[in-house]
Design a binder for this molecule. Structure first.
Ligand code: PLP
Length: 486
């Protein structure tokens, strides 16, 4: 299986290891497989016998054909070990008539662990497979969870270094604490004055900078990415959609021929794109519901065909979705309209801040996707509603999807993707429940435990004792310097 880029027609493909090593394609586009592998009904049934790691290895092997099954199984077993995920990596909770796929039982308590525990292992293997002499210096722009999960995933992985940039005022107390206390000899963490887009644009600029490439080479490194623009992030995400369908079938919740609608709290469009690819593989998935918070660029796009980033970014209580440029939408454009049109739309986005689909193009998007957004009040209402009615506690991001999902019921069963532990955003969750919010983040965790009797995850409780290692703050213009100057 060869990988092609979203911005060049008929380009020669590369192996997946090259795509994973490179991150971004040389033409500035994103990598995608030249075709989407299929899972037959019989294969889907067979997967019922597999545990999560074996299922992950099987699904990944369909995409990463230059890796051996043994390599992928070893990577998946190490990534999804009981030590890291406490037994079941992606449990599904039945709540009322619907389901929540809880993807946050990993070491940093957010769904990005699902991909970022595997991705560094795929990259390490890619360095060997492609004969790379240089080590990888990973640059990450994060609105919170990616950075934390990437730091944990790359922690002391041989032949890698990692520098994480986060918006100084765009992440939660807990996330800030997680990053500034991060362990790992190969890790560095820098706060950027500005919002997530400033951090992401800054990182993209470094990737395009000749001087940065040169300085990295002097350190024996090349620059690479862990953002969901990297294909190595997306493959492990396809896995949990396959897993959800397989489990619901196995448990008789989803009948033969029945389809599952899926609502995804969306930021960079990586998670929901993985669901779309799982659907294209042949999984019994119906509507894909793209849920935005008040930064509703994507919801507008899917409803009107106009992607317009020319608006103020709002800081919400679901900061991992506070995004105006959702990089992975480019992959959807390519899958539906091809490279030439994608290049045209991306050029319009970069020069004018907006692009417009034709009516036919919009219809093609809407063939699979619905979209809506939840206001802060609506998301808080979903938290208190779910807890009041079912005793089910969810975080602010999941609440956005749960709220939007209610408006798009089709009669199919509905799976809401739960992307973070409620304890990661304890102050907001407390306030949604109408409780008093202590000013200290750790007190908030304790107060939420006391109120709900739901136990807080160990890694968050333990944060309190850890020493702060990183406190640098820079301007966007100083980011390149910050990568190399310690
Ligand atoms: C990253 C993140 C999202 C958004 O996922 P995308 O793949 O960027 O769309 C949603 N919720 C949480 C908790 C996240 O960390």
């Amino acid at each position: 299986m060869k990988y092609i880029t979203t911005r060049t027609e008929n380009a020669a493909g590369v192996e997946s290891a090259v795509a994973i090593r490179n991150g971004l394609a040389p033409d500035g586009g994103l990598y995608l497989p030249e075709s989407i592998p299929q899972l037959t009904g019989a294969e889907i049934k067979e997967l019922q016998q597999s545990d999560y790691a074996a299922l992950a290895a099987k699904v990944m092997s369909l995409f990463l054909t230059d890796y051996t099954y043994g390599e992928l199984l070893a990577a998946a077993e190490a990534a999804y070990s009981a030590e890291k995920f406490g037994g079941v990596p992606a449990p599904i909770s039945k709540v009322g008539e619907g389901y929540f796929s809880e993807l946050w039982h990993g070491p940093t308590c957010a769904f990005k662990d699902m991909a970022l525990q595997v991705m560094p292992r795929l990259l390490s293997l890619a360095l060997d497979k492609t004969g790379a002499r240089e080590d990888a210096h990973i640059l990450v722009a994060t609105s919170g969870d990616t950075g934390v999960a990437a730091l944990e995933g790359y922690k002391n992985v041989p032949r890698t270094r990692i520098t994480v940039f986060y918006p100084a005022n765009g992440v939660s107390d807990t996330q800030k604490r997680q990053m500034s206390t991060q362990e790992g000899e190969n890790a560095d963490v820098v706060a950027v004055r500005g919002d997530f887009d400033a951090a992401q644009t800054g990182v993209k600029r470094i990737f395009a900078s000749e001087s940065a490439a040169k300085r990295a080479a002097e350190e024996g490194c090349f620059l690479s990415s862990a953002n969901s623009i990297n294909w190595g992030r997306l493959v492990p995400q396809i896995v949990y959609y396959v897993h959800a369908c397989v489990r619901l079938r196995a448990e008789g919740e989803l009948a033969e021929g029945e389809k599952l609608d899926i609502a995804v709290p969306t930021g960079n469009f990586g998670n929901i794109l993985a669901a779309y690819i799982a659907k294209r593989m042949g999984m019994p998935i119906g509507r894909l519901i793209c849920a935005s918070n008040e930064n509703n660029v994507l919801a507008d796009f899917i409803n009107t065909g106009v992607y317009d980033r020319r608006r103020e970014l709002k800081l919400t209580s679901s900061p991992s979705m506070d995004i105006l440029v959702s990089s992975n939408a480019e992959r959807l454009l390519f899958l539906l309209f091809g490279a030439e049109r994608t290049r045209e739309l991306m050029a319009a986005l970069s020069s004018e801040g907006v692009y417009r689909l034709t009516q036919e193009e919009l219809a093609a998007v809407r063939a699979d996707f619905d979209a809506g957004f939840a206001t802060e009040t609506e998301a808080f209402g979903a938290i208190s509603g779910l807890f009041g009615k079912y005793g089910y506690l969810c975080d602010t991001h999941t609440a956005v999807a749960a709220s939007v999902a209610q408006r798009y019921r089709t009669g199919n069963k509905m799976l809401v993707v739960s992307t973070a532990s409620p304890y990661k955003f304890a102050p907001a969750v407390l306030s949604a429940l109408g409780a008093e919010v202590p000013s200290d983040g750790f007190e908030a965790i304790r107060a939420l435990e006391e109120l709900t009797k739901v136990k807080a995850p160990e890694p968050l409780v333990r944060l309190r004792e850890k020493a702060v290692r990183f406190s640098r703050v820079v301007d966007p213009a100083e980011m390149e310097e910050a990568v190399f100057a310690k």
